[in-house]
Design a protein around this ligand. Structure first.
Ligand SMILES: Nc1ncnc2c1ncn2[C@@H]1O[C@H](COP(=O)(O)OP(=O)(O)OP(=O)(O)O)[C@@H](O)[C@H]1O
Ligand SMILES: O=C(O)[C@H](O)COP(=O)(O)O
Length: 395
C-alpha cells in the first residue's frame, strides 16, 4: 500500500515535526566520523524548508538511558547540519519538549530549521509514553517520519507521536522502504541474497523469510560454519552454533525440496587463532586441520559467489563474509563488495558491517542502495512490519 509523503502536504507556514536518525558515530573529541545519515536526510529537510515549512527536527543519539548526558548531546550535529546547509538558518534547542522548546519553535520563521536535543534524554521516549509523545506533538502540525534507521523502534518520537498528528514519510524513508520492499515483493530475477555475519541465530528469521523468495541464497561468514558442519564437515575450532544446527538442517532441506540454491563456501582462510597476526592459509573446507578455524571465505568460494552475483538482476547483501575487521580476513568481504559493484543488477546493502565494508572498499556509490538502517534493515529483511513505517498514513 503506498504511503503518504511530504509531497502530499501544502507546507507553507506549517510546522513540520520531522523524526530523523542522526545517530551518527563520533570520536572522543565529539567530532562526527561519518555523516552519511545526516546527508541522507538533507533532501527532506531542504524540500520542507524550500516550501516554507518551519522544520523542527527530532533525533536520538546513542543510548543515554532516559537522562541528559552531554556526551550524547546533538549540538555538534546541529553545527554540522548548519555547515551542510549554508543558505539556511539552522538553530539548536537544548531541550526536546517543554517551555524552552516551545519558545524556540515559536521563534521560527518560514523556512527555518531547528534541531531539538536528544529525545532519549527523556525517560518517556523509549517507553513510548503517550504524555511525552503528546508533548513532542505539541511542537508541530504534521509529523514527518524520515528515520528509517529507527523505524524498528516503537518509541514516542518514531511511533507514539502519530497518535496526535497526521503522519507522512520523508524522502529517505520512502526510498528505503520502496527499494527494499520492491526487491522482496517483486524482484527482477535471478534474485540472489548474500547473508553473512557471525551467527545463524541472529539471522534465522532473515534466512527463513528470504529463502522462499530468492533464486539463490549465498551464505558466508561465521554462520556458514554451522551449515557446513550440518553437511558433515569437521569445522575444527571454527565458530559453530550447536543450537542452530537444526535450523540450518531445516533450511538446507527446504532449499532442496523447493528448488532454491544455497551456496556455501568450498574453501576458507584458516587460522590457528582469532587474531590479526594469526598464521593463516587457504584450505578446502574438507581439509581444515584440527587446530584451525575458518575466518574468511577462500578464493574458490569468492569465484563461485561472484559468478552467481554477476548473473543476478537483484542482489541483497547483509553481513560480512569473514572477520573483515582484520585485514588478513577481509579479502572475501571486499571481493563480494566488488562483485556487487560490477553486477548489472539492482544491488542493495543493509546492515552496519556490510555497509562499512562497501564504504571501505570504495564502492558504496556503485550500489543501487546502501541502507542507512542496521537493525531496521535486518528487521525489514525478516519481513516484519516496522512500527515507524506502520504509522505513516496510506495514500
Ligand atoms: N568466520 C567468522 N568467524 C567469526 N566471526 C566472524 C566470521 N565471519 C564474520 N564474523 C564476524 O561477524 C561480525 C558481523 O556480524 P553481524 O551479524 O553483526 O553483521 P551485520 O549484520 O552486517 O552487522 P550489524 O549487526 O552491525 O548490522 C563481524 O564482527 C565479523 O568479524
Ligand atoms: O543505529 C541504529 O541502528 C539506530 O539509530 C537505532 O539505534 P538503537 O539501536 O540505539 O535503537
Amino acid at each position: 500500500m503506498p504511503k503518504k509523503t511530504v509531497e502530499d502536504v501544502a507546507w507553507q507556514g506549517k510546522r513540520a515535526l520531522v523524526r530523523v536518525d542522526f545517530n551518527v558515530p563520533m570520536d572522543d573529541a565529539r567530532q562526527i566520523t561519518d555523516d552519511t545519515r545526516i546527508r541522507a536526510a538533507l533532501p527532506t529537510i531542504a524540500y520542507l524548508s524550500d516550501r516554507g515549512a518551519r522544520v523542527i527536527l527530532m533525533s536520538h543519539l546513542g543510548r543515554p538511558k532516559g537522562e541528559p548526558n552531554p556526551k550524547y548531546s546533538l549540538r555538534p550535529v546541529a553545527d554540522h547540519l548548519a555547515s551542510l546547509l549554508p543558505d539556511k538558518r539552522v538553530a539548536f534547542c537544548p531541550e526536546a519538549v517543554g517551555e524552552e522548546a516551545q519558545r524556540a519553535v515559536a521563534a521560527l520563521s518560514d523556512g527555518d530549521i531547528l534541531l531539538l536535543e536528544n529525545v532519549r534524554f527523556y525517560p518517556g521516549e523509549e517507553k513510548n509514553d503517550p504524555q511525552f509523545a503528546r508533548q513532542l506533538a505539541d511542537l508541530g502540525d504534521v509529523f514527518v517520519n524520515d528515520a528509517f534507521g529507527s523505524a524498528h523502534r516503537a518509541h514516542a518520537s518514531t511511533a507514539g507521536i502519530a497518535e496526535y498528528l497526521p503522519c507522512v514519510a520523508g524522502f529517505l524513508m520512502e526510498k528505503e522502504v520502496g527499494i527494499m520492499g520492491r526487491a522482496l515483493a517483486n524482484p527482477e530475477r535471478p534474485f540472489v541474497a548474500i547473508i553473512g555475519g557471525a551467527k545463524v541465530s541472529d539471522k534465522i528469521k532473515v534466512l527463513e523469510n528470504l529463502l522462499p523468495k530468492v533464486d539463490a541464497l549465498i551464505i558466508g561468514g561465521g554462520m556458514a560454519n554451522t551449515f557446513l558442519a550440518v553437511e558433515g564437515h569437521d569445522m575444527a575450532k571454527s565458530l559453530v552454533e550447536e543450537d542452530a544446527k537444526d535450523t540450518a538442517r531445516r533450511l538446507l532441506d527446504l532449499a532442496r525440496t523447493s528448488n532454491r540454491k544455497i551456496l556455501l563456501p568450498v574453501d576458507v582462510v584458516a587460522a590457528k587463532a582469532f587474531a590479526p597476526d594469526a598464521e593463516h592459509t587457504v584450505r578446502l573446507v574438507s581439509e581444515l586441520q584440527p587446530d584451525e578455524m575458518a575466518l574468511d571465505i577462500g578464493p574458490a568460494s569468492v569465484e563461485a559467489f561472484r559468478r552467481e552475483i554477476l548473473a543476478a538482476k537483484t542482489v541483497i547483501w547483509n553481513g560480512p563474509m569473514g572477520v573483515f575487521e582484520m585485514p588478513a580476513f577481509a579479502k572475501g568481504t571486499f571481493a563480494i563488495a566488488q562483485a556487487m559493484a560490477e553486477a548489472n543488477a539492482t544491488t542493495i546493502v543493509g546492515g552496519g558491517d556490510s555497509v562499512a565494508a562497501v564504504e571501505q572498499a570504495g564502492v558504496a556509490d556503485k550500489m543501487t542502495h546502501v541502507s542507512t538502517g542496521g537493525g531496521a534493515s535486518l528487521e525489514f529483511l525478516e519481513g516484519r512490519t516496522l512500527p515507524g513505517v506502520a504509522v505513516i498514513e496510506d495514500k
